[in-house]
Design a protein around this ligand. Structure first.
Ligand SMILES: Nc1ncnc2c1ncn2[C@@H]1O[C@H](COP(=O)(O)OP(=O)(O)OP(=O)(O)O)[C@@H](O)[C@H]1O
Length: 344
């Protein structure tokens, strides 16, 4: 399944038929199977999945920290599994990375953590201090340059890690569960910073997370990974409005789970894309079509102030009334898809 093409933007990361098997003493573990993803320049691309789904392995394959056993990874059109170690190092410098546990050097101050990254990349020494100051300002930590990690809060540590990851002007920032160790308020401030960096510097951001709220807050696109496979991918708006797989529905609408386990013949899925609120439409439909319907599943979300979501209803057995219901919903601008055998 391909991400819808953003016609303005060029692909920056293309993952083609990628697979990764770990050979362990107790047998082979297939961590990734036939993964196909295209990330375009300027996207904030979320990769979401449950624990053990393969998220970290996938993000580590993007800069070949983990070597895929099948398929290829193209960065800016170049197959990076084919290039020399030296060129691969350059590609890695073009892809900054941040982690859940920050991974700062505890014996160095915030400034020196950044200087270290610049030094390794061979940055001009005479300009390095100025560059570090610029980066600390970008992440709002100019006044903590001389603090050691142990003197910083979790959010401040992640800001230093972001500054360090940006030191070499990367084209891509890979974030592996970057907010998972932070409280909700700090999480929001880090996500706001990432959004700002994406906007101001045009850096493509890949966000690995198990939290849908993170995707909802900052991502433009999302791929849902389940048991080593991509279950679904697309723009966040599209996936949130009309999730097609059970895993996507479970992750996006966890509150809808109390309605799972329902099975029904002759159902239809109604997609609310923000142009109408469902209560009056459904109520009017019941009155106008004189049709009683069973609600098999329903959930709505507020995305950017617009109500989106979906509902699955069981249509009346009488086919004339069922058609009336479908026509009514469609004529009210709703997207309606018939589901002959619904399994919730
Ligand atoms: N180095 C390794 N050796 C063997 N198996 C591994 C290795 N790394 C990951 N795995 C296995 O690959 C699968 C995917 O792991 P991965 O860490 O990528 O998942 P994840 O979605 O990031 O999970 P989590 O959120 O729990 O970190 C798991 O079954 C894991 O046990």
């Amino acid at each position: 399944m391909e991400t819808p093409i953003n016609k303005q933007a060029q692909p920056i990361i293309e993952i083609r038929s990628l697979g990764k098997t770990f050979h362990t003493k107790s047998g082979d573990v297939k961590a990734l199977d036939d993964i196909n993803i295209t990330i375009h320049k300027g996207d904030i691309f979320g990769i979401i999945g449950m624990s053990g789904a393969g998220k970290s392995t996938l993000v580590r394959c993007m800069n070949l920290l983990e070597k895929p056993t099948e398929g290829s990874v193209l960065v800016d059109g170049e197959d990076i599994s084919e290039i020399s170690e030296k060129d691969l190092r350059k590609v890695r410098y073009s892809m900054g990375m941040i982690f859940q546990q920050f991974n700062l050097l505890e014996q160095r101050t915030a400034e020196k953590n950044i200087l270290f990254a610049l030094e390794i990349a061979g940055y001009d020494k005479s300009k390095a201090k100025g560059r570090a100051a610029e980066l600390l300002e970008l992440v709002g930590l100019s006044d903590r340059a001389q603090s050691y990690p142990s003197q910083l809060s979790g959010g401040q540590k992640q800001r230093v890690a972001i500054a360090r990851a940006l030191a070499n002007n990367p084209k891509v920032l890979l974030c592996d569960e970057a907010t998972s160790a932070l409280d909700p308020t700090t999480t929001r401030s880090i996500l706001t910073l990432l959004k700002d960096i994406n906007k101001r510097l045009g850096i493509t951001i890949v966000v690995i997370t198990h939290e849908m709220s993170v995707v909802e807050e900052i991502c433009s696109h999302v791929a849902i990974i389940d048991k080593s496979h991509i279950a679904e991918q697309g723009s966040v708006e599209e996936i949130f409005t009309n999730p097609k797989t059970a895993i996507a529905r479970r992750m996006i609408f966890p509150d809808g789970e109390n309605l799972t386990g329902h099975v029904g013949k002759n159902c239809c899925r109604i997609v609310f894309d923000g142009s109408s609120s469902y209560d009056p439409v459904i109520a009017r439909m019941i009155l106008e079509c004189k049709a009683l319907v069973n609600i098999m599943y329903a959930d709505m979300k507020n995305i950017d102030g617009i109500a989106r979501g979906q509902m699955v209803i069981q249509l009346p057995e009488d086919s004339t009334t069922a058609s009336k219901v479908l026509n009514y919903l469609r004529s009210n601008g709703l997207t309606v898809e018939e589901v002959p055998d619904y399994v919730g």
